[in-house]
Design a protein around this ligand. Sequence first.
Ligand code: F6P
Length: 365
Amino acid sequence: MAIKSKVRKIGILTGGGDAPGLNAVIRAAVHSAHQRGWEVVGIREGFEGLLKPGLARTLLREDVAGILRTGGTILGTTNRGNPFDYPAGAKGRPNRDLSGLAVKNFRKMGLGALIAIGGDGSLSIAQKLYRKGLPVVGVPKTIDNDLSETVVTFGFDTAVSTATDALDKLHSTAQSHQRVMVIEVMGRYAGWIALHSGIAGNADVILIPEIPFTLESVCAKIKERYRYGPKFAIVVAAEGAAPRGEGLITKGKKESGREHPRLGGVAEFLSREIQSRTGRESRSLVLGHLQRGGEPTTFDRLLATRLGTAAVDLVDQGRFGQMTALKPPNIVAVPIARAIAKMKRVHPGSDVVRSARSLGISFGD
Ligand code: F6P
């Protein structure tokens, strides 16, 4: 393969919450870079690794052997450690801007480019570093599927499969006990995981942040199920779903150094309200981080691999400040700035929502 760029050594990091497929991207980028004769340096613990360059290690072929199918990230990750807003450590002390140090360390390591694999938070940091002069290429990652400019992010398909599997398993116990089972799935401010797993897993009610619900409407659907249908019900609630006119249910205040507050509690709230309003026994379950674990599906392995090799192509072409994205049938380049400008959320009028409604699934609205 002809060498087009002057790059000889690149860095790669994974930032934010982990997602199945991260290792597949790392492996693909390492192989693809090695084909060009480049050295790849694995930067550990996300962008924090640029502040701790001693943790960085050259990645050899043997370091990525066998990781195509593994969950997690061999580089480690964090959703803290933003160099532009770095926690001071001591309580009450203001966060500091250490981005200058990150740039300095990047140069000291002799890197010609940085591949940053992350969601909206990590890609926002990547974009800021790019504006500061760092040659950055982004790779979109998140189980939430809420990044714009790419049809889907890797990790989403695996998370939906895990949630669907959980729904399949909940059916038998719900039926045996004639209970209402309420399952809370991840997704932050977007309802993609709830919507897709809810349809694939045959839920009766799907609650998503994009369609505020009322308890009256949710309970009406459940009563109807017990009156005319099988005497059990399955409710899937996205962690960001909220009753009309009310705010998100969070786990305390936003911790320092985190971009978002931690969401959680909607399933327990719903289960309690459903039981008291319908008189039907209800149980809640939070699927939580199971959705981020495990082996990536075939779809995610392939997508992650394509995104990883495409990122190295972009470095080779010197197209920095760009992110690899899936625009079927191709992987294309889009400006990182455009991808982070707007969150990709479920459109309430989309065909998937309409299809669910045609099946009789309630959105609680
Ligand atoms: O963005 C991925 C995600 O798993 C969200 O769905 C969830 O709200 C959040 O991260 C959980 O973050 P943490 O890893 O801090 O628990």
